[in-house]
Design a protein around this ligand. Structure first.
Ligand SMILES: Cc1ncc(C[n+]2csc(CCOP(=O)(O)OP(=O)(O)O)c2C)c(N)n1
Length: 325
């Protein structure tokens, strides 16, 4: 990890490491619960991609908005979502963010600014633009962040959203997480786009392509984009290169890549290892404090599982209670 000038205090940096660990353990636990049949629906993990939402969220306030994807646990936890209510949602419990009706792929947590996980690829992007439009018209200084994967670049709706956001100079940041795959298809097989600055310039805004494995690099990259949005100077495209360590969803056969490729990425690109090594080297933590952070992150996830397990199931008679149309 390159040494990066940062205005973040050591305490905040250690908190960022803890958030990355919470995302990691939340998903590892979700994976094992899923394999034991305790979670319903598909569960998509962002293991390997944790640095991106943590680096972005370090600039966001609770009242800023995000729109997320089917791979959204990290976006939510980094934005401050309560892991208990998130785990309860995955387990389909009444105490979950959507009272157990949404599950992993449909979580919305308005209390922390999440307008929702949108499993329809690219669908969250125009919604973030809508939120930004609303903020600008109300004269508020909140910003919206739209997370999406490289697969979303094949959906026309995001180009319409890019255009409108640029024309109206809306306070939105577009964050593309290029994790090398859309299900089983490698990015280069479907995305012609290579030169992000020129591409974004063709819409009239700034775009950058950066390493998404280094949380401080993500933080540094996001600063100008979020400031620009907050000052109503229009959108920015942040395109981060990352790698998905797990299958597209838990249990997916992964026949499109070799074990060696995945192992090499785990060895060389793990954002938690990279950040931990940096913090140790910079003297911001030692081996013992690293262990303590890890133990406390794990403990929060254990509590979340216990909370979710003890929570009541929804009453089957109320299955249509929140269906409005
Ligand atoms: C409009 C639409 N088309 C197809 C799908 C099926 N689908 C679910 S996830 C996915 C791939 C998404 O890839 P990407 O956007 O790169 O996100 P990642 O899964 O890599 O995080 C597809 C095609 C969908 N959910 N929505």
């Amino acid at each position: 990890m390159s040494k990066i000038e940062t205005d973040l205090s050591p305490e905040i940096q250690l908190e960022m490491l803890k958030t990355m660990l919470k995302i990691r353990y939340f998903e590892m636990t979700a994976g094992s619960l899923y394999k034991r049949g305790l979670l319903k629906g598909g569960v998509h993990a962002c293991i390997g991609q944790e640095a991106i939402p943590v680096g972005i969220s370090a600039h966001l306030r609770t009242d800023d908005y995000i729109t997320s994807t089917h791979r959204g646990h990290g976006h939510h936890i980094a934005k401050g979502a309560d892991v208990k209510r998130l785990m309860a949602e995955l387990m389909g419990k009444e105490t979950g963010y959507c009272k157990g009706r949404g599950g992993s792929m449909h979580v919305a947590a308005f209390e922390v600014g999440s307008l929702g996980a949108f499993p329809i690829v690219a669908a969250g992007v125009p919604c973030a633009v809508g939120a930004a439009f609303s903020m600008m018209h109300q004269g508020k200084d909140q910003v919206a962040v739209a997370y999406f994967g490289d697969g979303a670049l094949g959906q026309g709706t995001i180009y319409e959203a890019f255009n409108l956001a640029s024309v109206l100079k809306l306070p939105v940041v577009f964050v593309c997480e290029n994790n090398c795959f859309a299900v089983s298809t490698r990015t280069e097989a479907t995305v012609a786009l290579k030169d992000i600055p020129s591409f974004a310039a063709s819409f009239g805004f700034t775009g950058v392509r950066e390493n998404g494995q280094d949380v401080l690099n993500v933080y540094k990259t996001a600063r100008a984009a979020i400031t620009r949005a907050r000052e109503n100077q229009g959108p920015t495209l942040l395109y981060f290169d990352t790698y998905r360590f797990e299958g597209h969803y838990f249990g997916e056969p992964e026949i499109y890549r070799t074990r060696e490729e995945v192992q090499k990425s785990r060895d060389e690109l793990d954002p938690i290892d990279i950040f931990s090594a940096y913090l140790l080297d910079a003297g911001m933590m030692n081996k013992q404090s690293r262990d303590e952070i890890e133990i406390s992150a794990r403990a929060e996830i254990e509590e979340a599982i216990e909370f979710a397990k003890q929570s009541p199931d929804p009453n089957p008679e109320e299955f249509a209670k929140y269906v409005y149309a």
